[in-house]
Design a protein around this ligand. Structure first.
Ligand SMILES: NC(=O)c1ccno1
Length: 248
């Protein structure tokens, strides 16, 4: 998978050289490229923004600079001729990014993140590439406002990259995670020492009885989800909950 990030703060993406994503880059699992938007400016001040039409506070990022940058990063072909490519604009006004998005995006050939700053990117940029047939997503990582799209891009890249085959050592570890296939939050986990500040381990986890352990973990996942995210319980497919679950 190729991931491109276009930003006026390339150093913000330095974290992508670390940990799992960094190792994946070294192993050739991810072709991750960070671009400085100002490299596509033509004036000596390397201007990327201007005042908003209609007035108002702040500045808006120019469509002409973004257009030349994205045309280059998208390979210069007509965008529509490139299936498997997705242009992502992180924005607080976007659809909320979820694990389902991460799973879908992990199957793309190329993700291009356009990180806006100031009051955002001129709306014609998204429209131009959408009308050209490119899959354009305006996505938010949550109901709050950041100073730019870089942190949101980091969050989405990590959530996606870890799902790319070969990224995590044991793919099994992805199965029971929160927001995974079961549609629940993950159960509580414990490790050594067996006692800590007078707190022990749930007995069942020491029993070696796998069926009981599995049942306990599912019960805890259901209890935790019902307590913290009742909306997720409401959204469960009716066939997911068995008689025992419903009795909890
Ligand atoms: N909530 C967000 O994803 C966001 C992106 C840029 N500013 O806020």
């Amino acid at each position: 998978m190729r991931i491109d990030v276009v930003t006026i703060f390339p150093d913000y993406l330095a974290a992508l050289d670390l940990s799992l994503v960094g190792k994946a880059r070294q192993r050739g699992l991810l072709d991750l490229r960070v671009h400085d938007l100002r490299d596509w400016t033509t004036d000596r001040h390397r201007t990327v923004d201007d005042t908003p039409f209609g007035g108002g506070a702040g500045m808006v990022m120019r469509p002409d600079v973004w257009g030349t940058a994205l045309d280059d990063v998208l390979g210069g072909e007509p965008a529509a001729a490139s299936p498997g490519r997705i242009l992502i604009l992180p924005t607080p006004s976007g659809e909320v990014f979820t694990q389902r998005h991460a799973e879908e995006l992990a199957g793309a050939g190329q993700l291009v993140f356009a990180c806006g700053r100031y009051e955002g990117i001129d709306a014609r940029v998204a429209g131009h590439y959408r009308d050209a047939g490119l899959d354009v997503r305006e996505l938010s990582i949550g109901d709050y406002v950041l100073n730019g799209g870089e942190v949101a891009a980091l969050v989405m890249i990590e959530a996606v990259a870890r799902l790319v085959p070969g990224m995590v050592g044991n793919p099994e570890s992805l199965v029971e995670e929160s927001h995974g296939a079961a549609g629940l939050l993950e159960y509580p986990v414990y490790t050594k020492p067996p006692e800590w500040h007078g707190r022990g381990i749930p007995e069942v986890l020491l029993s070696g009885h796998h069926a009981r352990i599995e049942r306990w973990r599912r019960d805890e996942a259901l209890r935790r989800t019902a307590a913290r995210r009742p909306d997720m319980i409401a959204g469960l497919d009716g066939t997911v909950l068995d008689k025992h679950d419903r009795a909890l």
